[in-house]
Design a protein around this ligand. Structure first.
Ligand SMILES: Cc1cc2nc3c(=O)[nH]c(=O)nc-3n(C[C@H](O)[C@H](O)[C@H](O)COP(=O)(O)OP(=O)(O)OC[C@H]3O[C@@H](n4cnc5c(N)ncnc54)[C@H](O)[C@@H]3O)c2cc1C
Length: 445
């Protein structure tokens, strides 16, 4: 029997705790989390803020009670202040202010990430918001109900910023989306795809301030009123900062090896550089198959999988991660985009001799007159090895299932030629005899 301490019980921690306890009930599992809730699906936050779902009830899939019923000892609102890795001890402050010392045989760090707050003038003004926790979403929802908030600026046009821009526009607010890059979502899509999203946002009334650096926030009576960039000034009764996340690694940064952004470096067993110390989720690195190297990709999906992998190894069952591809999706109004692996732009920046093949067509034969939308696909591959390293798909149609095949293709190093001969079924209700995946693959140069 081992004593296992888990620090952090959101997506990664919860997956790890549940897996450990369901596979082996002989261990003692003690959990500390600084928040008052666990398993909040931040992914549903924009839908909640935008009023597209009834409330927040469905955004939780586990609880302290559930984990306790499985056998864990859970301390909520109990931040771990320090870890003595030499003597294997954790020091936490409990909800009532008392100090708690807990020893461990093995420890799992699942402390996640926190929004990056740029150090600009005005960042502490009232109504300058970050979005991460359930409590942040509650605050924002309360504020957008007020008529005092007529305009909202979202700073950062990654997937969270873009989703929130839509959410605020749905509330009838005047929305400006600011980004230093010339477009939105450049980490996941090439310009031919980001243009689709840019047009979609503009057509729905969102003002885009792309290619602009936020310089400061101006206020009146202590409340934010404007975002000032190097190119303009934008009214904003509320500003939401979405410029990225930093891993929470203060507890172990001096004792464990870290990645360039500070995340704990882990191997495919989720082991850190110190024996009996595991790290999972947003506070740790992942193995990225598209670059064949360690990388940092903060996603709930990666958090859950890494939690499952760590759980097995912690309880003595050897399990290795198969790596990730950073597969992701976004749906803004009726435009759906999904991608996995590297974009062509990113691949070339990394010095990979990359090429891409594009195809655009109706999803189904022309004689299907209803419920038939265009699909645009790009497959990125390595010109030297012919191995697929990325894919992007956009449509008004839900084509999300197709991206999973590309995720597996990257993981398994499938070549573009092999994909062109892959058995893809045909039925007019679903696709064309010459479907867009085969067509893109077969026309690759
Ligand atoms: C608005 C939003 C939308 C998102 N949408 C998506 C999406 O659509 N798809 C997707 O895959 N991902 C999405 N993500 C990312 C996803 O939410 C994160 O990748 C995921 O939360 C990571 O889980 P985690 O458990 O590793 O870390 P976190 O969720 O950051 O949880 C870390 C936990 O550790 C606790 N903790 C931290 N420090 C301490 C300490 N010292 N002591 C005790 N406890 C501590 C925290 O209280 C927290 O509960 C979204 C994120 C946001 C904010």
């Amino acid at each position: 029997m081992s004593k296992i301490v888990v620090v952090g019980a959101n997506h990664a921690g919860t997956a790890c705790i549940k897996t450990m306890l369901s596979k082996d009930s002989n261990n003692e599992v003690v959990v500390f989390d600084s928040n008052s809730n666990i398993s909040f699906l931040g992914c549903g936050m924009a839908l909640w803020i935008g009023g597209q779902i009834r409330g927040s009830e469905g955004l939780f899939y586990s609880s302290k009670d559930e984990l306790e019923s499985m056998g864990a000892k859970i301390f909520m609102e109990a931040p771990v202040d320090r870890i003595d890795f030499e003597n294997k001890k954790v020091y936490a402050t409990l909800k009532d202010g008392t100090k708690k010392e807990e020893s461990y045989d093995k420890i799992v760090l699942a402390t996640g990430s926190w929004p990056i707050i740029p150090n600009v003038e005005g960042k502490d003004l009232e109504n300058v918001q970050m979005v991460k926790l359930f409590q942040h979403a509650e605050e924002v929802i309360e504020k957008v109900k007020s008529d005092d908030i007529k305009s909202v600026a979202v700073v950062g046009a990654g997937y969270i910023g873009v989703e929130l821009a839509e959410a605020f526009q749905r509330h009838g607010k005047k929305v400006t989306l600011v980004d230093i890059a010339n477009t939105c979502l450049p980490a996941y899509y090439d310009p031919e795809f980001t243009e689709l999203m840019r047009n979609n946002l503009q057509e729905n009334g969102i003002e885009l301030a792309f290619g602009q650096r936020m310089e400061k926030l101006e206020g009146e009576d202590g409340k934010v009123k404007r975002v000032i960039t190097d190119k303009g000034s934008y009214d904003a009764d509320m500003v939401v900062l979405c410029i990225g996340f930093r891993p929470n690694t203060d507890l172990g940064k001096d004792a464990l090896d870290t990645f360039k952004n500070g995340a704990y470096v882990v191997d495919k067993h989720q082991r850190t550089s110190r024996e009996d110390v595991y790290a999972i989720g947003d506070c740790a690195t992942v193995y990225d198959n598209s670059v064949d190297d360690v990388n940092y990709i903060a996603l709930a999906t990666n958090a859950v999988r890494s939690g499952i992998v760590a759980a097995h190894n912690v309880i003595g069952v050897d399990l290795e991660s198969v790596g990730v591809q950073g597969s992701n999706g976004i749906c803004i109004y009726d435009l759906k985009m999904v991608s996995t692996g590297l974009t062509y732009s990113k691949a070339t920046k990394l010095g990979i001799n990359a090429a891409y093949t594009d195809f655009e067509d109706l999803q189904k034969p022309e004689f299907i007159e209803h419920d038939n939308e265009k699909v645009k696909i790009r497959i990125v591959y390595n010109k030297d090895t012919r191995v697929i390293i990325g894919a992007q798909i956009a449509s008004k149609y839900d084509v999300s299932m197709a991206i999973h095949m590309f995720s597996l293709a990257i993981q398994e190093k499938v070549t573009i030629e092999k994909l062109s001969l892959t058995d893809i079924f045909f039925l007019p209700h679903f696709n064309k005899p010459y479907n867009y995946i085969t067509m893109a693959a077969i026309t690759a140069k």
